[in-house]
Design a protein around this ligand. Structure first.
Ligand SMILES: [Zn+2]
Length: 112
């Protein structure tokens, strides 16, 4: 495996692109949108490894003209997921507090 850092996907902003094995080589791929870098085949030992070349090819890939819009959409979706997760945690916490309060005999004390 390569320790070289891979940049986020230039198309969707996914931060964990993967190196995958292809026939006789390696290629960087985005698990989110499926974008791929150049296929890099195993070569003689005096060449940089297929891993290194695949990472370099990925990190220097030119984004498509609409990648800005796709990046914004991906970031918006990520923000919505984070807010939803936080709200779910809040709902669970409130539910737990209400259950404890009820079991302790606390009555609701809301007034308009
Ligand atoms: Zn992607």
């Amino acid at each position: 495996m390569s320790d070289e850092k891979m940049l986020p996907c230039p198309f969707c902003g996914w931060v964990e692109p993967k190196l995958v094995t292809i026939r006789d080589g390696r290629v960087a791929q985005c698990p989110n949108c499926g974008a791929r870098g150049a296929a890099c085949f195993h070569g003689p030992s005096n060449m940089p490894s297929a891993n290194s070349r695949a990472v370099l090819a990925w990190n220097t890939r030119t984004p498509s003209p609409d990648s800005g819009e796709r990046m914004r959409e991906a970031l918006a979706l990520k923000a919505i997921k984070a807010v939803t997760a936080t709200a779910m945690d809040g709902a669970k916490a409130l539910s737990r507090i209400m259950a404890i309060a009820t079991s302790a005999g606390v009555k609701e004390q809301y007034s308009e």
